[in-house]
Design a protein around this ligand. Structure first.
Ligand SMILES: NC(=O)c1ccc[n+]([C@@H]2O[C@H](COP(=O)([O-])OP(=O)(O)OC[C@H]3O[C@@H](n4cnc5c(N)ncnc54)[C@H](OP(=O)(O)O)[C@@H]3O)[C@@H](O)[C@H]2O)c1
Length: 275
């Protein structure tokens, strides 16, 4: 079954399920992304800071998959928010990826203490105008950051990529973003394996009822909540497992029971602490 797409506020579409490469060893990235593309993923989420854009690019180049059948995201790092640095960093990312354009370019963190994310966004607006990033968005932006960006710049981000899983659903940010046409991308969708999400009764009961694994159940919860996600796995069997989620649906009661796992359970760093 094919992966559903989400239409962004600029008219472009994004596959709702992709593959993320945070902490994928640069030396292993080509093999791992090649596996992911063979499994069927067509949406890859990387970042300059991951140090593995070249490996992603090599896997894409050797895949034989048409460029228009792929969706590639990369991100601007925090120390590159000045206009000149943002342009240079973008050029470098494109070169490492070996691409003429990316589908989505994100500001990785607001890095609010540096107070340059508005400047960085204006650079991204120019990059979008050039056609070398088809869409632009943000990551780890909370309501105050989004509010300021919307007040001081012209283009509304297409997405906000934030930590989101059943234990941390960020209702304030997601509601604010969605009301303004900004789609939510969930990073750490499986809780990064850092807390025992897969042992929660709400997850195991639904998994058992559908003959699916806990990971598939959590991915299905995200899809039904309307989140865009790109779980990471180094393991081809788990990649395939995470992709095999389109032949069942959770009931409303199962979705609600998993949503009730909310407990402000952040596993990553708070955006205010990343600069
Ligand atoms: N914007 C940001 O600041 C930000 C921050 C973090 C992440 N991200 C993006 O979001 C993507 C996903 O988040 P993430 O990689 O941090 O965490 P994640 O996808 O929630 O979790 C990855 C962990 O779950 C394990 N796993 C994957 N599939 C599994 C399965 N079916 N059963 C059991 N364990 C499984 C993986 O181990 P194995 O590899 O051994 O399978 C890995 O340890 C990243 O790769 C990156 O693209 C963005």
């Amino acid at each position: 079954m094919s992966v559903p797409t989400v239409t962004l506020n600029d008219g472009h579409t994004i596959p709702q399920l992709g593959f993320g490469v945070f902490k994928v060893d640069p030396a292993e990235t080509t093999r791992i992304v090649t596996d992911a593309l063979e499994v069927g993923y067509r949406h890859i989420d990387t970042a300059a800071i991951y140090g593995n854009e070249e490996g992603v690019g090599r896997a894409i180049a050797s895949s034989g998959i048409g460029r228009d059948d792929l969706f590639v995201t990369t991100k601007l790092w925090n120390d590159k928010h000045s206009t000149a640095d943002a342009f240079d960093a973008f050029d470098e990312s494109l070169e490492k990826l070996g691409l003429d354009f990316v589908d989505l370019y994100l500001i990785h963190w607001p890095s609010a203490a540096n107070d340059r994310y508005v400047e960085a966004w204006k650079a991204l607006e120019k990059i979008r105008e050039s056609g070398r990033a088809r869409s632009i968005g943000v990551s780890n932006f909370l309501v105050p950051h989004l509010t300021r960006l919307l007040a001081e710049t012209d283009i509304v981000p297409v997405v906000d990529q934030i930590e989101l899983h059943p234990a941390l659903q960020q209702p304030e940010t997601t509601a604010f973003a969605r009301e303004r046409g900004i789609q939510i991308e969930a990073w750490g969708p499986l809780g990064q394996g850092k807390y025992p999400l897969f042992e929660e009764e709400a997850v195991t009961a639904a998994a058992q009822a559908h003959g699916k694994s806990p990971a598939q159940t959590v991915i299905r919860w995200h899809l039904q909540m309307g989140n865009i996600l790109f779980p990471k796995s180094n393991n081809r069997t788990r990649m395939a497992e995470n992709f095999d989620v389109f032949d069942f649906a959770l009931t409303t009661e199962e979705v609600d029971a998993i949503s009730a796992l909310e407990r402000d359970g952040r596993v990553g760093t708070h955006p205010d602490e990343v600069n």
